[in-house]
Design a binder for this molecule. Structure first.
Ligand code: NAI
Length: 274
């Protein structure tokens, strides 16, 4: 099979106007969708076959929270495939690997323009990079942990956050006995230092691992610092102004799901033995 080649011209603009352009012969792989202007010239048929104009950037499109919720899992699987040296994968193979339907995968990826090409499948490296970009993982996020107890320390000790660009910068607690101790090289500070530290260290995420009785008042203090997001482990709903993201984590929800599935399996087994 002869893969078509394309003549590709990219024009890059900034607010001052045209700042650069480049062109070359390229096989028209999924990366064509990332440029603002892509002209594809089919060398085989000597005819222009596609002109794609992606004026809207990928992030500007509204993507449903359900799809966003699935992206980290795609990102994780694609990262593993990339590490194994896999260059491309069909939606069918990805579907078998991830145990979701191929049509679900195609539908999800169609939200961002497809990423794939008929007969080629998905370019793993490209897809991994683009999903990472959509998830905002192409930039670094500095975070602090408030509450240096069991959970706070466990999260602080987890190295993989850094791999994803989440940098552990500071830890705070109200217990004077903990102040000055370190968790993975990060000093535990007094709560009085929190506001200045957030402002001076470009902190965008605060992780709350304190009891629910104090989580609301600490969240109010965080809001005043201009923090962007709160990763809330305290078992209480936080009321924050628009523009501040809150992600509630309840590990027990996951356990309850597990419990439901165990129960369902048991019911199935009982019905089969009848
Ligand atoms: P812990 O008792 O070991 O640690 C809590 C820490 O928070 C202590 O060091 C304490 O001094 C500090 N603290 C309390 N009030 C504070 C305040 N106002 N400002 C600063 N520091 C304060 O408790 P653990 O096991 O680490 O759990 C922490 C919280 O996370 C608990 O509320 C627990 O219910 C919750 N949790 C939530 C989970 C989830 O899946 N969402 C899972 C496990 C715990």
């Amino acid at each position: 099979m002869c893969l078509p080649f394309f003549f590709r011209l990219e024009v890059c603009k900034d607010s001052f106007g045209l700042i650069g352009w480049s062109f070359g012969i390229k096989d028209c792989l999924p990366e064509m969708i990332d440029s603002n202007f892509t002209f594809c010239y089919d060398k085989v048929n000597t005819a222009a076959i596609a002109v794609s104009m992606e004026v809207e950037t990928l992030e500007e499109k509204e993507i449903s929270q359900a799809v966003i919720g699935r992206l980290p899992r795609y990102f994780r699987y694609l990262g593993e495939l990339k590490d194994q040296g896999v260059e491309r994968i069909s939606s069918q193979d990805l579907s078998e690997l991830m145990k979701v339907t191929a049509s679900q995968i195609r539908q999800d990826f169609n939200n961002f323009g497809g990423f794939g090409q008929q007969g080629y499948g998905y370019n793993v490296e490209y897809l991994y990079r683009e999903i990472g970009r959509i998830l905002g993982l192409d930039r670094q996020h500095n975070f602090i942990i408030i509450g240096a107890g069991n959970l706070g320390r466990a999260l602080g000790n987890y190295l993989n956050f850094e791999r994803r660009g989440f940098i552990f910068r500071g830890m705070f607690d109200q217990n004077p006995e903990l102040i000055g101790m370190e968790v993975r090289g990060v000093r535990i500070m007094a709560m009085e230092e929190m506001e200045d530290f957030i402002r001076e260290n470009d902190i965008d995420i605060a992780v709350l691992t304190i009891p629910k009785t104090s989580a609301v008042s600490v969240a109010e203090r965080l809001v005043k610092t201009g923090i962007r997001a709160i990763w809330n482990f305290a078992h209480v709903d936080l009321n924050v102004p628009e523009g501040i993201e809150v992600e509630n984590v309840h590990l027990s929800d996951s356990l309850m799901k597990l419990s439901y599935n165990i129960r369902r399996e048991r019911v199935k087994e009982t019905e089969e033995t009848k």
